[in-house]
Design a protein around this ligand. Structure first.
Ligand code: ADP
Ligand code: UDP
Length: 234
């Protein structure tokens, strides 16, 4: 597989064309951003952790019947993926109150929720990724009714599979963000699943083992990313 020109550089990854028009190479960087790009930094080897961890999780999800963009890991930082047209939606699942949910609705972090919450943000940096509902999505033509139903079903399935998997690794899955894309007219899981995109708390101590260590200057950021990968690989 030949790597061709860079198509895109995002906050956490670079995306390259290949000699196959249906395949891309994603390259994971160590750059970290938070609060819509206002806080910037570097987390040594984050790119390696996120690449390897994403690929392990995507493999588990594929086995559980969730189609993903993963084709093949090429190196510590690079992975070959199916090119998709990303739906401009951040699909967020919450098992426990935290982050913007706690802030918005005035509930303590760690509060149990009476029901698992699925929420959507409109993926649009200029607008600050605003919260959006199903009617908004249909009204703006961001997805069809069928696509939306498939996205919801896959998102809950991803949650069930990941919750169980992380528990076996001593981690509570508090919340996470995923992205879907269209490939040959079908919805598939794309982007990444990593400590950048999930909140993971140690089962015994409730210690935060995710990007909140960077966002909130909690220290031991690199060590924690590495520890999460070690647990995922165990
Ligand atoms: P951001 O764009 O938010 O800064 P990244 O740095 O992670 O995020 O950039 C990766 C970009 O590639 C994201 O916009 C993501 O939606 C997109 N992407 C992820 N997987 C695929 C894929 N399989 N095909 C096309 N685009 C993808
Ligand atoms: N998240 C993400 N990218 C975003 C926004 C959120 O990966 O652009 C993840 C975040 O890591 C957390 C979950 O989605 O696991 C819910 O995030 P929340 O809405 O609480 O936002 P935040 O606290 O990051 O502002």
């Amino acid at each position: 597989m030949e790597k061709r020109e860079q198509l895109y550089e995002g906050k956490a990854k670079k995306v390259f064309r290949t000699d196959d028009p249906e395949l891309l190479i994603v390259s994971y960087k160590d750059d970290a951003t938070a609060f819509n790009g206002q806080k910037k930094g570097q987390i040594a080897d984050k790119g390696v952790v996120n690449n390897i961890m994403s690929n392990i999780i995507f493999g588990i999800l594929a086995d559980a019947g969730v189609p993903t963009h993963l084709v093949k890991q090429l190196s510590d930082r690079e992975t070959l993926v199916k090119k998709v047209t990303i739906l401009p939606l951040e699909v967020i699942i919450r098992n426990v109150a935290a982050g913007s949910f706690s802030k918005r609705y005035g509930v303590d972090e760690g509060s149990l929720l009476a029901k698992t919450v699925l929420e959507f943000s409109y993926k649009n940096d200029e607008l600050g990724d605003p919260l959006i509902n199903d009617d908004h999505i249909l009204a703006l033509g961001l997805a069809t009714e069928r696509q939306l139903a498939q996205v919801r079903a896959y998102a809950f399935k991803v949650n069930e599979v990941m919750k169980e998997f992380f528990l076996t690794r001593g981690l509570k899955l508090i919340d996470f963000k995923i992205e879907f894309g269209l490939c040959d007219g079908e919805i598939i899981l794309a982007d990444e699943i990593s400590p950048d995109t999930c909140r993971l708390w140690d089962v015994k101590t409730n210690e935060k083992m995710d990007k909140d260590r960077f966002r909130r200057d909690l220290g031991n950021v690199e060590e924690t990313y590495r520890a999460v990968l070690d647990r995922v690989r165990a």
